[in-house]
Design a protein around this ligand. Structure first.
Ligand code: MOS
Length: 729
């Protein structure tokens, strides 16, 4: 089904099942331990051996030699694979560094070898006996220093230019009545998902099956094939349950490749989980940024000039953290400039982490907006409201498909009690706590991706949905079941959803918050076909047949869905394909975040007291799972604001605090209260579902709202994240 004109009314609009706060279907399976993750497939491969992956202890250089003798003789060891015996390997489309080093080493903890043994402990013990002789080279490990030679990166996500300019920024800024010019920094961050990168690999007659933790099944099948030099048809990926990803599992990583190499060499299935202290340096992370923002306004607060320049680091030919993306869209202003620069460093590979670009970009922009409002003596909510735009400010012929950001701000201000905020910092106390309120907004683009699904109807009137879509804890199972149930007029319990298998039709996958809207639209398309097939099978007119209560009816004629499939199962498969509505209209999602913090006046300890997010993100397919996404994002925003920072050892080129003891994320006690409000919206331009993404929106803007609240509480403006107590005293 091609989606190239705005959606008209369709069966989803009934909202009998879609739009209802159903519990997650996979919830009981996960909480009781029945759901099997990639490392737990004893059911499918009871004879799997264990692999342990070791990584480079230098960041740049060459392997002179390995001494594997002691490891090979260690108890239980079946095989050891290094680049010397791995066979010829290609490089995947989505990897910057090679997943198996040798002889060259590109970054710290780049995989060097997999040891396969009968038990995990044997594999790990043997791995410790491997001796590697390195030839070390000088690396660039200081991102800030490398910015002097920063390069213009290729188009961002293959599409958007690194730089944009409209009007005369320099002239307008020079003549602005109120000016802000400030530099902000955000640190390297790691995804810190619950389930580590894990895979079980099994070969059969030259065909590889990988049970793996992955967000994007089809991309990864392609990269497994490319890397191993085998046909895609010989690769099967299975990922029904994924224990979090946040972008860290978008691509093929060392767990899957090394498990495949180990299993081939051992002649036996092998399972690999990357140990936690290995993940930060071996896999990918969100790169640190340096961001310069200039805002020039008229005395009435209207923005005349806005510039956002960002720098981040990555390996040669790597990706920038595109921190200026939202600044191209968020506020009005005739004179504008954005730029994105990439500093080439030899640190581990940078790549996407939840809301790549916007999340760290808003951490800077939305503090700059707070500072500009302060300089104007204007309320920061009002300052944002008067600078709203309903068109793409870089391209005014292009409207937003929907933009209700001002409504988010107004409703949020009212519900949060913003009117009680004292604009002068340091004035409000609660015992030993200095109390402050902060606001910031979030914008995350709504991307759409082709997505296919197959729906089967059997003679009991039950439906099975099959698509290679993943559920990374987001609620995919539930919203896809809701979509099929609504379309076919059956209760939710009559729909079984099967996900995460490369033998199913190729979906949008889970990335860039495009999953919910795109994949449910794929199921919608398949159900449109299935309705047609059911009507035809029964000799009804597909145009007038009604589906409800497990029945299909046309005039006087009425059948159960089971009767339609009495002779044989009815199967329909289709894909949603998106035309260029996303070019004609700017599609984005919006949030207003309000936060209250307390800062201990003696110790400067910062505690979150209250959080509110008001989101405008099209139709909300399931308010319960959408709320879970947003409160998860808000929690991650607390981490970004107050805790998360990978410390770089600039002498050696690695992240020092590479485990969950040293890399802190919020726990329940850090989050006393959260509230989420969704505006009632339908966006007919986004898809037949009229929905958008929320998974990444929830993070966007949160950290800046917290930093702004800390400033309101204390009068101290911190421009370098995380906002830790040492920066307040
Ligand atoms: Mo997202 S960072 O595209 O999983």
């Amino acid at each position: 089904m091609k989606f190239d004109t705005p959606a008209t009314s369709n069966p989803i609009d009934q909202m009998k099942i879609v739009g209802q706060p159903h519990d997650r279907i996979d919830g009981p399976l996960k909480t009781t331990g029945i759901a099997r993750y990639a490392y737990e497939r004893h059911d499918a491969v009871p004879d799997a051996a264990y692999g342990f992956v070791i990584g480079s202890a230098i960041a740049k250089g060459r392997i002179r030699s390995f001494n594997l003798q002691a490891a090979e003789r260690a108890p239980g060891v079946l095989t050891i694979v290094t680049y010397l015996n791995a066979g010829k390997l290609g490089k995947g489309t989505y990897n910057t560094a090679r997943l198996l080093a040798g002889p060259e080493i590109q970054h710290y903890h780049q995989a060097l070898a997999i040891v396969v043994a009968e038990t995990f402990e044997q594999a790990r013990a043997a791995a410790m006996l491997i001796h590697v002789d390195y030839e070390r080279s000088v690396g660039a490990f200081d991102m800030k220093a490398a910015c002097d030679d920063a390069v213009v990166p290729p188009p961002i996500w293959g599409a958007d230019p690194a730089d944009t300019a409209v009007g005369d920024f320099a002239g307008a800024f020079a003549n602005a009545e109120v000016k802000l010019d400030a530099i902000y920094t955000t640190p390297d961050q790691t995804h810190a998902m619950m389930e580590p990168h894990a895979s079980t690999a099994a070969w059969n007659d030259g065909k590889l099956t990988l049970w793996t933790a992955n967000q994007m099944i089809a991309w990864t099948v392609g990269d497994v094939a490319k890397t191993l030099g085998i046909a895609k048809e010989n690769v099967r990926l299975i990922a029904p349950y994924v224990g979090g990803g946040f972008g860290g599992k978008l691509f093929l990583r060392a767990d899957a490749l090394m498990a495949a190499l180990g299993a081939r060499a051992a002649g036996r299935p092998v399972k690999v989980a990357l140990i936690r202290p290995f993940i930060a340096n071996n896999t990918v992370h969100r790169a640190a940024t340096i961001q310069r923002i200039r805002i020039g306004t008229a005395a009435d607060g209207r923005i005349k000039a806005i510039a956002h320049e960002t720098w981040s680091g990555d390996l040669p030919n790597g990706l920038p953290e595109a921190g200026a993306m939202q600044t191209r869209l968020l506020y009005a202003g005739a004179n504008r400039l954005t730029s994105t620069r990439l500093a080439v460093v030899d640190l581990p590979e940078a790549n996407a982490m939840r809301a790549p670009g916007e999340a760290p970009g808003l951490m800077a922009l939305e503090v700059a907006m707070d500072e500009a409002a302060q300089a104007l003596g204007m309320d920061p909510v009002e300052f944002r409201i008067i600078n709203d735009t309903q068109v793409d400010p870089e391209n005014p012929e292009r409207p937003f498909s929907q933009r209700n950001l001002n409504e988010c701000l107004r409703l949020g201000a009212e519900r949060f009690g913003w009117g009680k905020r004292n604009a002068t910092p340091g004035q409000v106390r609660d015992g030993r706590w200095l109390v402050g309120m902060g606001v910031a907004v979030g914008l995350r683009n709504n991307l759409v991706m082709k997505s296919a699904a197959r729906v089967r109807l059997n003679d009991s009137g039950n439906l099975t949905v099959e698509t290679d879509m993943t559920d990374i804890g987001t609620g995919s199972y539930t919203i896809l079941a809701q979509t099929a149930a609504e379309m076919m007029g059956v209760p939710l319990e009559r729909v079984m959803v099967r996900l995460g298998d490369s033998s199913f039709p190729v979906s949008a996958g889970s990335g860039g918050q495009w999953g919910a809207n795109s994949a449910s639209s794929g199921v919608y398309a398949a159900c449109v076909k299935l309705r047609h097939a059911v009507a035809e099978r029964l000799g009804l007119d597909p145009a007038t047949a009604q589906f409800s209560d497990g029945e299909v009816q046309d005039g006087e004629r009425r059948f159960t869905l089971g009767q339609a499939a009495a002779e044989s199962e009815i199967v329909a498969e289709d894909a949603i394909e998106f035309g260029d509505l996303d070019k004609q209209y700017q599609q984005s999602t919006f949030a207003a975040h309000f936060v209250e913090v307390g800062v201990d006046e003696a110790t400067a300890e910062i505690r979150i007291r209250r959080m509110l997010a008001v989101c405008a993100a099209g139709r909300i397919l399931n308010p319960k799972s959408a709320r879970s996404q947003v409160i998860g994002g808000m929690t991650m925003g607390v981490g970004a604001a107050l805790m998360e920072e990978m410390a770089v050892d600039k002498r050696i080129g690695f992240f020092v605090n590479h485990d969950l003891a040293g890399y802190e994320v919020p726990v329940h006690a850090d989050i006393p209260q959260q509230e989420v409000i969704f505006l009632e919206e339908n966006d007919p331009i986004s898809s037949p579902m009229k929905a958008k993404g929320v998974g990444e929106l929830g993070l966007c803007g949160v950290a800046a709202a917290i930093a702004n609240a800390v400033q309101n509480a204390t009068g101290v403006r911190v421009r370098d994240y995380p906002v830790t107590l040492d920066k307040l005293i």
